[in-house]
Design a protein around this ligand. Sequence first.
Ligand code: GLV
Length: 328
Amino acid sequence: METKPLVFVTRRIPEEGLNLVREACTVRLWEGELPPPKDVLLREVPACDGLLSLLTDPIDAEVIAAGVRLRVISQMAVGVDNIDLRAATARGIPVGHTPGVLTEATADFTFALLMAAARRIPEGVDYVRAGKWRTWEPMGLLGVDVWGATLGIVGLGRIGTAVARRARGFAMRILYYDPTRRPELEAELGVEYAELEDLLAQADFVTLHCPLTPQTRHLINEAALRRMKPTAILVNAARGPVVDTGALIRALSEGWIRAAALDVTDPEPLPPDHPLLSLPNCVVVPHIASATVSTRNRMARIAAENLLAGLRGQRLPYCANPEVYREL
Ligand code: GLV
């Protein structure tokens, strides 16, 4: 009888994906609410043919080297900055991810963050809950207009583009910065290319949609924040380390910018006593931009399909290191 491949799944994921994996594999599932510690990863991977990971798992060169039988790593996320892609490629291991299916949910959420900070929704909720709502106040909780404002999109990939489509409905002027100029999108969506310095100086809202790479780590540093308008709002639904947290705390507390809305932070999670959490002009939510039922179901299914394709020796439907196929 043919033995099923052994896979380690680093957290309970939606059944839509998990069941597919269970049908074809022997599953070792980490049942913890928190990610498996690194020593658990190092203990589990040597016996595994496949690994289904989340963005909270450090799949570094050491873990990849320990996975002597690994034929595929499949991550249930679009971002794969937690995985040493170079080490995986060098070992001939394809790495799967889940682009596309979370684009619209993430773009919706980016707008939710932007609106929440612009119109001070969390402050309003706190105000009501604290019993401070006594009357309609002519000058209470004043925010800034979104309609007609200038939006600066850093990274015009799938999600950045979906954000631009929404911004058109708000009659925003849309600037974008991206290492690759996108003339077809400029024509289709009326977005204008700008160098990062110019985008930062002109935008009322700066929203980040780039992957975390050595080039984008601390892209939004002290100099970048100082270049922004004092009335501007920063939105980050990309990766926490794209922003220099220390500089952001100074920017928000000293008024270099008006506010920030963060789905992602550095570190992540933020400890409850972190200075960012005591700033009224900072909205922080726990990395939930893709968190809708249908999106997470689709992500789990694609993660399963990538995993199974890799185990069968087929090309992954969504591969984060396609160069692995050239090197084989
Ligand atoms: C979420 O942050 C993802 O990369 O899918």
